[in-house]
Structure formats: structure tokens, C-alpha cells
Design a protein around this ligand. Structure first.
Ligand SMILES: [Zn+2]
Length: 67
């Protein structure tokens, strides 16, 4: 295999608080440092509208199909 996995994880800054984080599983909310910063950022764009992509939880399209 010629897969070249980078030795060092990508380093970036949290868009909300500018804290240095790494693009690893240690930061599940990346590019944000934490869920809190993620929600803050989401709150900013949410103020422009309340459109949320994705289906409601538990939505099953097959159940609505007529037989
Ligand atoms: Zn942050």
C-alpha cells in the first residue's frame, strides 16, 4: 500500500475562541474545541434563520409509504 498517513495531526484554531486544537479524535467537535464553542457558532448562523438540515429523529420514510 502507498497510503501516506500524516505523522502529525492537522493543527487549527477554534473559530469561536481561537484556541489551538488538533484534528484528532481528541476533539470530536472540531473545528471547534468544544461543544460549547460549536453551539455558539451555530447560534450565530441560526439567528439568520431556523432551517436545520436533516430529518427529525426517528423519521422513517418507509413507514409513510402507502401500500
Ligand atoms: Zn473554542
Amino acid at each position: 500500500m502507498t497510503d501516506t498517513t500524516p505523522q502529525e495531526p492537522l493543527k487549527l484554531q477554534c473559530p469561536t475562541c481561537k484556541k489551538d486544537i488538533l484534528w484528532t479524535d481528541d476533539y470530536p467537535f472540531r473545528p471547534f474545541c468544544s461543544d460549547r464553542c460549536r453551539l455558539i457558532d451555530l447560534g450565530e448562523w441560526a439567528s439568520e434563520g431556523h432551517r436545520i438540515p436533516g430529518k427529525p429523529a426517528g423519521f422513517n420514510p418507509e413507514e409513510d409509504l402507502p401500500e
